[in-house]
Design a protein around this ligand. Structure first.
Ligand SMILES: Cc1ncc(COP(=O)(O)O)c(C=O)c1O
Length: 423
């Protein structure tokens, strides 16, 4: 078994991996003259070497024609977001008209909740996951207050074990138990802390059975797991582009609004970029939203950030989520085996995987509870050129990103860990 994690075995696995060479298209951070082991693509994806192909063009157009770039740039800025529609909708299984790229993720979640969280005296509660990302908690709390309710009463947290993992049946029971008072279900498609992947299709179907709106934060899901937002009839969702989608720090987010919700033309906070194209620039007194998700836009688009995102989306178009997911499963399984073997060999430090499910139904992230000396393990790894993430009190998060992680990364990680902590 140890042999499975020798560098030569891992390298031969890389050689037979059809996606291995994609790694060469990324700038991998260096550590002491060697490529570092980067397992934090769930936090910030790596930079593509060709990240600026479109950015160069936009800078050139701005330099050459200034404001005329809105209509006469090679890709006119006026509706630049449209060139991202096909790729972003394909990644999440949506129709093109159901997505639009704009703003940052937290801003978009506020915009969507403003439209879709419409509490009544009877139904005003929001069901969410435990250990939800802090920004999501603040968003929900403030939206509830904005609508005149008390977050302490209106937020219903799914029950979980001591690590924050939710038993699937408890989700459905919790929906049933609270169905009369729930206005909305809002959870992360993949929990940022535990890496738990939720069954979005079943949750949506059960929510809809009781007329409860269902929305997801897909920050840790987009570009990572299979999504069929249109087919599952999810009402709305949003995600960022800088994790598995590699668009760069703080870059734009994309929203999804199902066409059945677009047709209802709900209230939204409005801005000129959401107004119908034809007379966006003329003097208007009445806001007429574009009849697609674009109707949720407020500001004119941040072209430079979008142009970098566009370069990273090209790679997703080229490879497709099917192959990416296939490799992610193999990497994740290999990482899990490495941890099991480490636990067998180490009599002291033990790493318990808290992320539920098998490699097939997890995402790229594995979260580990470290029995003791956790901070020491983390610090050792960071000082050895391994990018991992630490969450107090004793959870370490690692994610494999199939576009650039290799089997060799995992074998090197295993051998480092073993040499330092096998006792
Ligand atoms: C699950 C989740 N939600 C929301 C956010 C906030 O994203 P932003 O800072 O782009 O608004 C993050 C950021 O990492 C996240 O992981």
């Amino acid at each position: 078994m140890d042999n499975n994690f020798s560098l030569s075995t891992a390298r031969s696995m890389d050689t037979s991996d059809p996606l291995y060479n994609l790694r060469k298209r990324f700038n991998i951070p260096m550590f002491k003259g060697k490529e570092a082991i980067y397992f934090t693509g769930n936090s910030l994806g790596l930079q593509l070497k060709n990240h600026s192909i479109y950015l160069h063009q936009e800078l050139k157009d701005w330099q050459a024609i200034g404001v005329d770039g809105h209509f006469n740039a090679k890709t006119p800025w006026f509706d630049y977001h449209k060139c991202l529609e096909k790729s972003t909708s394909t990644i999440v299984g949506a129709k093109k008209k159901e997505v639009v790229t704009m703003n940052g993720l937290s801003v978009n979640l506020h915009l969507l909740l403003t439209s879709f969280y419409q509490p009544t005296k009877q139904s005003y509660k929001i069901l969410c996951e435990p250990h939800l990302f802090p920004s999501d908690l603040y968003i929900l709390q403030s939206q509830i207050k904005l609508k005149g309710y008390n977050p302490k009463d209106a937020l219903v947290f799914l029950p979980s074990d001591e690590n924050g993992v939710v038993a699937e049946d408890d989700i459905y029971k919790c929906i049933e138990d609270n169905k009369d008072q729930l206005a909305m279900i809002f959870i992360g498609g993949v929990n940022y802390y535990t890496g738990q992947v939720f069954n979005l299709e079943k949750i949506t179907a059960l929510g809809h059975k009781y007329d409860i709106l269902v929305g997801f934060d897909l920050a840790h899901a987009a570009g990572n797991i299979e999504l069929k937002l249109h087919e599952w009839e999810v009402d709305f969702a949003a995600w960022c582009s800088y994790k598995y989608l590699n668009s760069g720090p703080g870059n734009v987010s994309t929203i999804f609004v199902h066409e059945h919700q677009i047709k209802k033309n709900p209230f939204r906070l409005s801005g000129w970029w959401g107004h119908t194209f034809k007379n966006r620039f003329s003097l208007q007194t009445k806001f007429k939203p574009i009849k697609t998700a674009e109707g949720w836009q407020l500001s004119n688009a941040p072209i430079f950030g979008m142009s970098i995102y566009r370069a990273s989306l090209d790679l997703f178009d080229e490879i497709g989520m099917k192959k990416i997911i296939h490799k992610r499963i193999n990497l994740s399984r290999y990482l899990e085996q490495a941890i099991h073997l480490f636990n067998q060999k180490s009599t002291d430090v033990k790493m318990k995987i808290i992320t539920p499910g098998s490699a097939e139904n997890r995402g790229g992230q594995l979260s580990f509870l470290i029995s003791k000396r956790g901070k020491e393990v983390y610090t050792f790894l960071r000082k050895s050129g391994v990018y991992v993430d630490w969450r107090d009190p004793n959870v370490m998060r690692l994610a494999v990103a199939p576009l650039y992680n290799s089997f060799e990364d995992i074998a090197r990680f295993y051998n480092l860990l073993l040499n330092a902590f096998e006792k």
